[in-house]
Design a protein around this ligand. Structure first.
Ligand code: ATP
Ligand code: MG
Length: 602
């Protein structure tokens, strides 16, 4: 491609909308343009990168025996009603764009495709002989994200590879899940990314076992906890650890004490001269279920610990049937305005006791009349603890479960693991923290969708059974940007060879010099014939401008047809190291071919 013929602009300054390096660079270098919130045009250079990433993904998927297809993006609401996700997806976070057609039928723009694929399986799979089977597609997904940001990292329209597998039993599912684990590692290695597979929460998709693939980068939105022995790595949403040991309690008898201005654990411990592990904090949440029911939740947890809202939300989902519901739509800490809607009298905030009475709740429709009381494991074993006295400015000390407070029946693990905690698998290992960009997520779904939607098969014994399912996603556009986030310098992007839009850029310092142009044209021809993707910067610009642009757009090798051509050579600059050397024009193709091969195999 000749740059003179390309729609190509670079910007000198960082775009105001961009916060992280990869976003700034992709906009500045002319790869993407913002069209609206979370909506980007992939310009020709970006589209080439995306096609390369897609091709690597495709090759690795095909190698496992999965088959490519393309499913509709417009999805009838009935399918989502059947799986029970219409409400969650359109109302909870409202992640699905929903619309009505001219016949007033409701449709959603596909944020994911479990429902569509399960319908196909229901119609087409009859017998165990057809299983296992795995279909995937590479396609634009739509999600009305709460906070679209960082360019392609969190778009409202983005490219995903999503695959779905069907099995007769869990072992077969596990086999494919392992194949996917390997395929994903291969993809990311081939894209030259530094990554970490981590145990993950399976969220609204459901199922149980799942693993995310994190590209490690400071700008990552996820926190990863891992141990140095490489035996453990998990998303903080899912991570477990051993809580710090409880310090001996300084309290020997039960007493109510005046503790002004101590509505945080830190100020309380300071005032009482105790350790945070000697305290119980009582945290109030408000959950809204998909049937409109609001439930107030009181969690007792050891004072030095924090509630992990993902784990709490999973507990509340498991309890949904008790409230006649299926899913949690929202989980929040009720602010004063929310409290005013249900509190029968002012709450002693910051001083709530573990047994906060149900009389604080007004009786009304769609509001559970009693607190849902949960106690975290860390609070259960405590003796002689300090906690709120249910009166502003007062706490009690020396309290015990069974004496002053009733231990809730529901003992749960909802604490947040954090860096510095000891690892469960080996308490000599300490959890470390890193930031990650989630580029892939694989799930063992089990029979959740096949049961809900009746996708069954007939077994060898003639029994009709629900299919086991797995699903596997890669954020293709997010991955492409993540590669930039891991590989740039002050001059611009440094693309890994495997996914660079072009491998070589020929810069002609002076296009009015006929000899320079002649050599450039010949190289341009030769490289193309050798199958090397090459850009020719034949624009009428100063050499300095061309070099700057070449560095900014990050093409792995830059050839300069400058002074050296007099001695039959061109300058070859490697983008990653900026190392420059003169190479004989006649050797150039083979020299480059070798380097490209080495880079691809690295
Ligand atoms: P996240 O937690 O980042 O919102 P997710 O759990 O919603 O991701 P999945 O539903 O598992 O993601 O989707 C599969 C993959 O699609 C993710 O691993 C991620 O790489 C990509 N992805 C998800 N949402 C977006 C988005 N808004 N923009 C770009 N890529 C996305
Ligand atoms: Mg998401």
């Amino acid at each position: 491609m000749r740059l003179s013929q390309m729609l190509f602009n670079t910007l000198r300054d960082d775009p105001a909308e961009a916060e992280i390096p990869s976003h700034k660079l992709l906009v500045r270098a002319g790869y993407i343009r913002r069209i609206g919130s979370g909506l980007y045009a992939y310009l020709p250079l970006m589209w080439r990168v995306l096609q390369k990433v897609s091709q690597i993904v495709r090759e690795e998927m095909n190698a496992t025996g999965a088959q490519e297809c393309l499913l509709p993006q417009l999805q009838p609401s009935d399918l989502w009603q059947e799986s029970g996700r219409w409400e969650t997806y359109t109302k909870a976070e409202g992640i699905m764009f929903a619309l009505q057609d001219r016949q007033k039928r409701e449709l959603g723009l596909g944020p994911t495709h479990e429902e569509v694929i399960t319908t196909i399986a229901r119609d087409m799979i009859r017998s165990y002989r057809q299983l296992p089977v795995h279909l995937y597609q590479i396609q634009t997904k739509f999600r009305d994200e709460i906070r679209p940001r960082f360019g392609l990292m969190r778009g409202r329209e983005f490219i995903m590879k999503d695959g779905y597998s069907f099995h007769t039993n869990r072992d077969s599912l596990k086999q494919t899940y392992q194949d996917m684990d390997r395929a994903y590692r291969n993809m990311l290695r081939r894209c030259s990314l530094k990554f970490q597979p981590v145990q993950a929460d399976s969220g609204a998709i459901g199922g149980g076992v799942s693993q995310e693939f994190m590209v490690l980068a400071e700008a990552g939105e996820d926190e990863v906890l891992y141990t140095e022995d490489s035996q453990y790595a998990a998303n903080v949403e899912k991570a477990v650890s051993l809580p710090a040991e409880v310090q001996p309690s300084p309290f020997t008898e039960y007493k109510k004490v005046e503790t002004p201005n101590t509505n945080t654990i830190a100020t309380l411990c300071e005032a009482l001269g105790c350790d945070a592990t000697n305290t119980v904090k009582n945290v109030l949440y408000q959950a809204v279920y998909d049937n409109g029911m609001t439930v107030l939740v009181l969690v007792n947890i050891r004072g030095d610990q924090d509630v992990n809202e993902v784990k709490l939300s999973n507990e509340l989902t498991a309890l949904a049937p008790e409230y006649g519901a299926k899913a949690v739509l929202a989980l929040t800490v009720p602010d004063p305005e929310a409290q005013s809607k249900w509190a029968a009298k002012p709450l002693p905030l910051g001083y709530i006791d573990p047994g906060l009475g149900d009389e604080y709740i007004t009786q009304q429709e769609n509001l559970a009349p009693k607190f849902l009381r949960l106690v975290d494991k860390t609070a259960v074993e405590l003796k002689n603890f300090a906690t709120g006295a249910n009166e502003t400015g007062y706490h009690v000390i020396g309290a015990n479960w069974g004496d002053q407070f009733v231990l809730p029946d529901r003992i749960v693990d909802v604490r947040t693991a954090k860096a510095g905690d000891l690892a469960v698998h080996d308490p000599t290992q300490i959890l470390q923290t890193a930031r990650g960009i989630e580029v892939g997520h694989i799930f063992q779904l089990g029979t959740k969708y096949s049961q809900a939607m009746n996708a069954t098969f007939t077994s060898e014994q003639g029994e009709e059974l629900p299919c086991y399912m797995g699903c596997y996603g890669v954020g293709v556009s997010r991955l492409a940007q993540a590669a930039v986030e891991q590989s740039y310098d002050k001059n611009g992007i440094i693309w890994p060879v495997a996914i660079a839009p072009y491998t070589v850029i020929i810069c002609v310092p002076n296009i009015t010099d006929s000899q320079q142009m002649e050599v450039a044209e010949k190289l341009y021809q030769d490289l193309q014939e050798a199958g090397i993707e090459v850009l020719l910067d034949d624009r009428n610009e100063r050499a300095g401008v061309k070099f700057k642009d070449a560095d900014l757009i990050g093409i792995p090798y830059r050839l300069v047809t400058g002074r050296a051509i007099k001695s039959g050579k061109v300058e070859c600059v490697e983008r990653a190291t900026l190392a420059s050397e003169e190479v004989a024009i006649d050797d150039l193709v083979s020299v480059l071919q070798e380097r490209i091969q080495t880079a691809l195999n690295a």
